[in-house]
Design a protein around this ligand. Structure first.
Ligand code: NAD
Length: 486
């Protein structure tokens, strides 16, 4: 029906929060329509302003707000509370219990209490309108990111947003356009770009140690039993939303969580900085796991489970291929439901070398069939471990978060703002990596036909500088541990 189509698209651009959320994971047809209509509207768009090279004015004391005090928001807030030149002024959630956990922790380390917003699912709007915030972390479930991060920028603050940035192509474009128009950053918290092996091998690739990179693979293969995916949230679901995080990753076709695998490979292969993705094609197996387990869950489940009855579930394995302007290929996989070991693959294949992280142990080959031994690995680390990572390694282990990469991710963002440096990962990367979700859904539901990949940089990909893991003249931000009192 044409009116439904128009309504969806209007919602996507106007972003009426939970209406968009409902559509974003509810209807395959809406998601496909979004891809087609957005592609037409944005065809041949040129960039209004290049956010990748833009350095916003330095901020010596960064006043921070959080929307979403769940696992990621709470962990990040604890890290930032230990940064000098950062002040956590306000936190929001749609429930009080995550706020209370933050409140208790902050009290235990004698941190000045931030203002709290938790009346309902719209309370975050009051937080973003405050005139004493510089940066707002968006750490809510993924289908709310685009809505919230756009509103943050419209309200005159920089946004730091969890992965993925958006679920639809309209989401991705909206974030790019809003960022360019408001000159506010929309950073994506893609921590995997800062993991030790990834950053080492990205640096090797960018410095030519693997020759010309020709092919790469990334993935998000992370087993969650269907019982976990459809576990009823506590407290019980209300109209407040926010509890579909795992279920969202199992509904609809396509790669539902692309950025952890695709992001680091794109950085190594200079995507948006000398090369760009031209088209994507995607194939997907049927679902052999979720559907029939869900039937059993539904039979003994509650009201909560009924909303997923009749849903289309993601196949066990989605495989997408991206071909680039310079004739390279990247493979990205997604499987959350098969009982197999965790993997982001992170494989880079060049004319003079090959690296692969998973299955661990991670290996580097500079001769075609012999991995580097322990001594040679140490030499390589000495030579190629990036300046930023060497500088932060000790603190990364101390302050933690996925082995330290979360700390590094936060640090480089905060340090960029302190020193007036362009963001290390711009809104264009966030949009490009997140766009795999709608594009792969479109391809899978069109017999795996290729679909053109949008150029979110509006042409600046040809001249943008690659990912920079040096200190870039920064590194001035200090961190001081805060230990909870006994
Ligand atoms: N980078 C990573 O390694 C990584 C790891 C896990 C999750 N994530 C991403 O982080 C995000 C959050 O994941 P999580 O594990 O913290 O989820 P979570 O469910 O623990 O936390 C989300 C929080 O958002 C709150 N929320 C929901 N709707 C809200 C609204 N309208 N207003 C205010 N608060 C609202 C929820 O109540 C909850 O406390 C997701 O998008 C996920 O994709 C990233």
């Amino acid at each position: 029906m044409a009116s439904t189509r128009r309504d969806f698209f209007r919602n996507a651009l106007g972003l009426s929060a939970l209406a968009l959320a409902a559509n974003a994971y509810g209807s395959e047809k809406n998601l496909r329509d979004d891809v087609e209509e957005t592609k037409l509207i944005m065809k041949d768009r040129r960039s209004a302003f290049n956010m990748r090279e833009y350095a916003a004015p330095a901020i010596s004391n960064i006043r921070v707000g959080y929307i979403g005090m769940g696992n990621r928001g709470f962990a990040s807030m604890k890290r930032l509370a230990q940064f000098e030149g950062v002040e956590i002024k306000a936190i929001a959630d749609c429930y009080e219990y995550p706020i209370d956990r933050a409140r208790q922790w902050l009290k235990s380390v004698d941190y000045p209490a931030p203002d709290e917003y938790f009346r309902d699912e719209n309370s975050w709007r009051e937080l973003i309108e405050r005139d004493d915030l510089d940066l707002i972390y968006v750490t809510t479930p993924q289908y709310l990111h685009a809505e919230m991060a756009s509103a943050v920028m419209e309200a005159g603050k920089h946004a730091a947003c969890e992965v993925p940035l958006g679920y639809t192509l309209a989401d991705c474009w909206k974030l790019v356009e809003t960022s360019e128009r408001t000159k506010k950053y929309c950073g994506i918290l893609e921590n995997c770009c800062f993991d030790f092996f990834e950053s080492l091998t990205i640096n090797m690739a960018l410095r030519g140690a693997l020759g010309e990179l020709v092919y790469g693979e990334g993935a998000y293969i992370h087993y969650f039993p269907a019982e976990t995916i459809f576990e009823e949230p506590m407290p019980p679901l209300s109209k407040k939303g926010g509890y579909y995080r795992f279920a969202v990753g199992a509904l609809n076709k396509g790669n539902r969580y692309p950025t952890h695998g695709f992001g680091p490979v794109c950085q190594a292969m200079r995507i948006n900085a000398g090369d760009k993705p031209n088209f994507l094609t995607s194939v997907e197996t049927d679902d052999f796991s979720t559907g029939h387990v869900f039937e059993e869950i539904l039979a003994r489940g509650s009201e909560y489970h009924k909303q997923f009855a009749g849903a289309s579930f993601t196949g066990n394995m989605n495989t997408s291929l991206v071909r680039t302007e310079k004739g390279k290929v990247i493979k990205i996989q997604y499987d959350r439901v098969s009982p197999r070991p965790y993997s982001r693959i992170h494989m880079l294949s060049g004319t003079q070398g090959f690296v692969q992280k998973y299955p661990e142990p991670a290996r580097i080959y500079l001769e075609h069939d012999r991995p580097l031994d322990e001594e040679e690995m140490k030499e390589i680390e000495k030579e190629y471990s990036p300046e930023l990572i060497q500088f932060l390694a000790e603190n990364a282990v101390k302050f933690g978060g996925h082995g330290g990469m979360d700390f590094i991710c936060d640090y480089q963002l905060i340090d960029s703002l302190h020193n007036g440096l362009p963001l290390n990962i711009s809104v264009y990367e966030g949009a490009t990596w997140s766009a795999v979700t709608p594009l792969s859904l479109w391809s899978v539901t069109h017999g795996s036909q290729p679909i053109e990949f949008p150029d979110f940089t509006g042409g600046s990909w040809a001249t943008n500088k690659p990912f920079d893991l040096s200190l870039r003249g920064g590194g001035t931000t200090k961190v001081t541990p805060r230990e909870p009192k006994e």
